[in-house]
Design a protein around this ligand. Sequence first.
Ligand code: SF4
Length: 579
Amino acid sequence: MRFLRVDMNGLKAVVEEVPEKYRQLAGRGLTSRLVCDEVPATAHPLGPKAKLFIAPGAVAGTSAPSSARVSVGGKSPLTWGIKEANAGTPVAQYLARLGLKAIIIEGEPKEPGKYWTLVVTKDGAEFVPADEQTGKGLYEVYRGLKERHPTAGFIACGPAAEARMAMAGVCFSDTDGRPSRYSGRGGLGAVMAAKGLKLIVVDPAGTSPVVATNQELFKAGQAKLVEAILTHGVTKPGGTLNTYGTAALINALNEAGGLPTRNFSSGRFEGAAKISGERMAEIVKERGGVGMMGQGCHPGCTIRCSNIYPKPDGTELVSCIEYESDWALGANCGIDDLDAIAEMIWHCNDLGIDTIECGVTIGVAMEAGLKKFGDAAGALALIDEIRKNTALGRILGQGAAFTGRAFGVVRVPTVKGQGMPAYEPRAVKGIGVTYITSPMGADHTAGYTIAPEILAVGGKADPLSPAGKADLSGAFQDTTAFIDMSGYCLFIAFPILDIASGFEGMVETVNAVLGTSFAAGDVAKFGGEIVKWERQFNRAAGMTAAHDRPPEFMRYEKCPPHNQVYDVTDEDLDRIAGV
Ligand code: SF4
């Protein structure tokens, strides 16, 4: 395995041997270590010393199930701290097949406003001007690329990134070549654009799937993990995720009073049933055509939580609608129209922006009175401001925290400048600890305590009680950092939390590929090391304990229907977030 180091100043791409200290790292473990080692903590995220790292997870490219995860790392222009955001995409498999442990993008481009495409094949890498793709929406860009490079996958930043917007993500192609799989959070698309890099074409033609160094161990681990995935109610064929997608959580969270509604002013949305995964599955069936539930985001996913949402005539509207996007552009904006939500997701994909940050920002803009809650046409008009790059669009494009400041909004649901995802922290206290103490800013994936708090997976915890939630979140954050290194989709957490042999299988496959000897008990310990590196970077970047706090309004404003404030103590938060 090698590094591909890309110098955007000299337009050179050089293959390097991987130094010994990085050999047993991958995915988030590798990107976060590289950020700590190669990016000055006080560097401007869009400046000459910033870098972008793209690293497939440890088992990506093998035959392990649901394992095509790729991490993107850098310093975030949204939080100004360390960032890792990962996506499920065939590109992760292609990078691994090409023997690339990471792509490192660095250097200040010589010509501001000029963009390049990097074409990576088994024979090397070359630069091609991206004039044709510059300024265009990603659907058009990806369509043209697929025609020219039929065996390749694509990594790109969209028009919002070209405008240096802090809600711009890094976009990966899905199995059909759509621009729909995102390392969305934290504005890393803007970092890519600031390097003058518009596109990376990753063509694995002439390569073979990755074979683990220890095949016997790999096969044994793989069998245990597959068995766990195929058995567990959430992940099995015909199970919750496969049948209703992640949007099955809409009804579950609404029932629990934890579905943030109208800019986090309630935990219940009267229109929840209309935008639920169950309703989506009905619409897909009614409309027929290309619509489908149970789609995989890459070949080899055994869970398949994705979907294609059709227009009334059966042609494709968007792929896919997942829970976070559905909530952010739906309940959080008071919108109960799935077609309108699907259209907004399409625009986000086309512009290359994070649907969560976009929805949270529109919620704040609605709170400021720019549009009314529930006004779907108004929400689409705000997205159009971003597309047109107007003065208002540029404010919105910088995210919820910036928009809140621009319009003097007090109720701004962000931590470290990043918009909160789809779980109301006053109704689900453990996920609140994750939002508040994660080095990534408000990020549910950093420690998904929803599993025991709402879904009764991996034990049971009372969502409304603050007791023990700091430790629960701390343990989840550490374990998650390891899973983010492994290359597995985070949804394997459901079966492996409940089925011990599945957990063992996950660890064994990682050991078989990386040559490590982790025991099951080492997972949280090693993941905790990764989180520690990330916290150290943030401290060096100037973050203090004051950044590990909830938005003030959540401390004093009671959230219906439970009428609770956020009451995990500062002492508990500091214990988890301390370096
Ligand atoms: S479970 Fe869903 S997100 Fe995870 S790898 Fe499969 S399709 Fe992708």
